[in-house]
Write a protein of this length. Structure first.
Length: 466
């Protein structure tokens, strides 16, 4: 038998038998596996071309090269013979890479690769029984010869004003630790666990603040505790007044955490303690008052003095109550209806009283305005009279000043004449200056005395200020 490879021309003889054989072609991403008649196998990497021999080759085929992607790994096991016998060689291929077998005595096994990001960590269980924690970002090829398994765990995100409670087992006891944020927390050993809070509360999502506030034991379950000042809504049911009215008091309590260790040592449900103490205080407040008195004294429920038991319990469990706000109450429908009717009547009466008071106020204002107007008119008239009197007084004063000025001028003139001529007769001068002066003489009937009237010169001399 002879294998001929083309291109060529063949002229077969009558006793020749021809059979066409297709060659095998492998690209760069392939390889050719050839098994020979003697039992051994060869692997040829592409690109290559092989013509199967019908006698020397048992079979030949083209296979694809295996690709190990980035982030993946492949474990390759090969049997090797040496002087001491057979051994198995193990190789870990980490992607990205390619794999092509070299012998038929090797096999592969896919190996997991675990990758932890910044907010994750790896929990690795070793073959020897130990446990390792590796903080991210990191990656690990989970070699089955070294590791039993590896898990990617999310790190606990602790925000500002938050904490978690961690218990770590030592040789003979567990120790409690408070881990405060902000930080990304990863366990330090497999001998620790995180405390889960289970408090009385409600876990209803999107609950209305003004709606019914039903609390359940273990209704709140969480691991991260917010340590900033907080508030809680409490509805105290079955508040019975002195006249047997049954009410529901709605409160809002503002509090803060002062000592977390003290709280953990003394209670496992601080919200339950707060609710019970508040209920006791409000029930005690209502039982000593009638319904109307309760309504009149609701302002006292906004004061911490009404919550003695609440403050006592809070101080024992490491909390501090800042204030309590009374948000209102709920009463049975018949009682509430009666109270609403009474309120409507009182409101109507109050409105009528206010309306009448407004009318009276308007009348008082009108009367006051009239009185003010009359008083203003009187004041204006008085001012007018005062003005006229002041004008007349001013006129008279002006005349007096003018007359005085004339007298002063005349006196200066007379003094000037006297200074020039000391023998000058001023009386004659004035008589000559004034002209005719009438003199009237009248005798009395009884005494025969004669009255001498004053001349104008004597009057001027008498009235003169000088």
């Amino acid at each position: 038998m002879e294998v001929l490879q083309g291109p060529m021309q063949i002229h077969p003889l009558s006793y020749h038998s021809l059979e066409k054989i297709e060659p095998l072609v492998a690209s760069e991403q392939q390889y050719i596996e050839i098994r020979f008649a003697d039992g051994h196998t060869e692997f040829k990497a592409g690109p290559d071309r092989v013509v199967p021999h019908p006698v020397d080759h048992v079979f030949a085929k083209v296979n694809d090269i295996s690709y190990v992607q980035r982030g993946a790994a492949l474990s390759v096991y090969r049997k090797q013979s040496d002087d001491g016998g057979e051994s198995i060689q193990r190789i870990i291929l980490e992607g990205p890479c390619t794999y092509m077998p070299k012998s038929t005595t090797e096999w592969t096994k896919k190996v997991d690769v675990k990758v932890a990001s910044d907010n994750e960590y790896l929990l690795v269980q070793l073959v020897g029984g130990g446990v390792e924690f590796r903080r991210g970002p990191c990656s690990l090829i989970v070699d089955p010869e070294l590791y039993i398994k590896a898990e990617v765990k999310p790190a606990t995100q602790i925000g500002d004003q938050e904490l978690i409670v961690v218990y770590r087992q030592t040789s003979n006891r567990a120790v409690r630790h408070l881990v405060r944020g902000p930080q990304m927390y990863m366990p330090q050993s497999n001998m620790e666990w995180m405390h889960e809070f289970s408090w009385t509360g409600t876990n209803e999502p999107n609950r209305e603040i003004g709606g019914p506030n039903k609390k359940k034991v273990d209704g709140l379950k969480f691991t991260k505790l917010r340590t900033c000042p907080a508030k809680m809504y409490v509805d105290v049911e079955s508040v019975r007044t002195k006249d047997n009215a049954l009410l529901v008091a709605k409160l809002m309590i503002f509090f803060r955490y002062e000592d977390i260790d003290k709280m953990l040592d003394n209670t496992n449900d601080p919200f339950g303690e707060i609710i019970n103490a508040t209920s006791a205080d409000v029930i005690e407040f209502g039982v000593s008052r009638k319904f109307e008195e309760f309504l009149a004294d609701t302002e006292k429920l906004n004061s911490l003095e009404a919550y003695a038991q609440l403050q006592s319990v809070a101080s024992k469990i490491g909390l501090a109550i800042d204030k309590v706000v009374f948000r209102g109450y709920e009463a049975p429908q018949p009682l509430q209806k009666m109270h609403d009717c009474a309120i409507e009547q009182r409101t109507a009466m109050a409105l009528a009283r206010e309306e009448e008071e407004e009318k009276q106020k308007i009348a008082d204002i009108a009367l006051q305005r009239d009185s003010q107007r009359v008083a203003q008119q009187h004041e204006m008239e008085r001012a007018k009279k005062q003005h006229e009197l002041a004008m007349r007084t001013q006129d008279l004063e002006d005349k007096l000043r003018m007359r005085k000025a004339e007298f002063d001028l005349e006196l200066e003139r007379l003094r000037a004449i006297k200074s020039i001529d000391e023998s000058a007769d001023i009386g004659k001068y004035l008589t000559a200056k004034e002209g005719n002066i009438r003199i009237v003489q009248c005798g009395t009937l009884l005494g025969g005395q004669t009255w001498q009237p004053e001349s104008e010169l004597d009057q001027m001399s008498r009235t003169s200020p000088y």
